[in-house]
Design a protein around this ligand. Structure first.
Ligand code: IMP
Length: 188
């Protein structure tokens, strides 16, 4: 799949090293507590799978799936839950795991929705942060890498549901995605 990539931003080794650091930080911050990790499908799957193996505190995990809208309507902030978590998070220490925070609308929706369920605490951990694209002010509590305004794929992130299996995080060649990028981005 090398031919579709314009540039590799983070190698598998760089990702693994950063995930290890994040896991160590989270383990330290939650020492003596039990966590409920909520992974946001589908993009956070690979990140979450690696990260939880670096977290030393006891945890349970669940998955949530949301859908947001593409370029033409993203300013409306319409996000909806497609699949909710099965567990109650009341009085639990919750850590939401997202692949990337871009405009911030998805993360804000998740934080607002989950905080209404009265967790003991609620924090967010994202692999990638694209602060230049923010539409609302939101800062993830844990963040793997800050990236410029580039559309990236790999390590769980997709373009039109493809390229999620790439072990690195890469920028696609413009000709790969120039024709699309509107409509519903199902499942994130
Ligand atoms: P936000 O609501 O604009 O912050 O968008 C978050 C969602 O948009 C992420 O969970 C991704 O699914 C998607 N997204 C934003 N930027 C990228 C990217 O560069 N590559 C792949 N997906 C992206």
């Amino acid at each position: 799949m090398k031919e579709v990539m314009a540039e590799v931003l983070f190698s598998p080794e760089a990702i693994a090293a950063r995930v290890k650091e994040l896991g160590a930080q989270i383990s330290k911050d939650y020492e003596g507590k039990e966590l409920v990790v909520v992974g946001v499908l589908k993009g956070s799957l690979l990140f979450m799978a690696d990260l939880i193996r670096e977290i030393k505190t006891p945890l349970r995990y669940d998955l949530i799936a949301v859908s947001s809208y593409g370029a033409s309507t993203s300013s409306s902030g319409i996000v909806r839950i497609i699949k909710d978590i099965d567990v109650s998070i009341e009085n639990e220490h919750v850590l939401v795991i997202e692949d990337i925070v871009d405009t911030g609308l998805t993360l804000r929706y998740l934080i607002t929705t989950l905080s209404s369920r009265q967790p003991a605490s609620l924090k967010s951990c994202v692999l990638l942060d694209k602060p230049s694209r923010r539409k609302i002010e939101i800062t993830p509590d844990y963040n793997g890498f800050v990236i410029p305004d580039r559309f990236v794929v790999g390590y769980g992130l997709d373009f039109a549901q493809r390229y999620r299996q790439l072990p690195m995080i890469a920028v696609l060649k413009p000709e790969v995605y120039s024709a699309e990028k509107n409509g519903e981005k199902e499942g994130n």
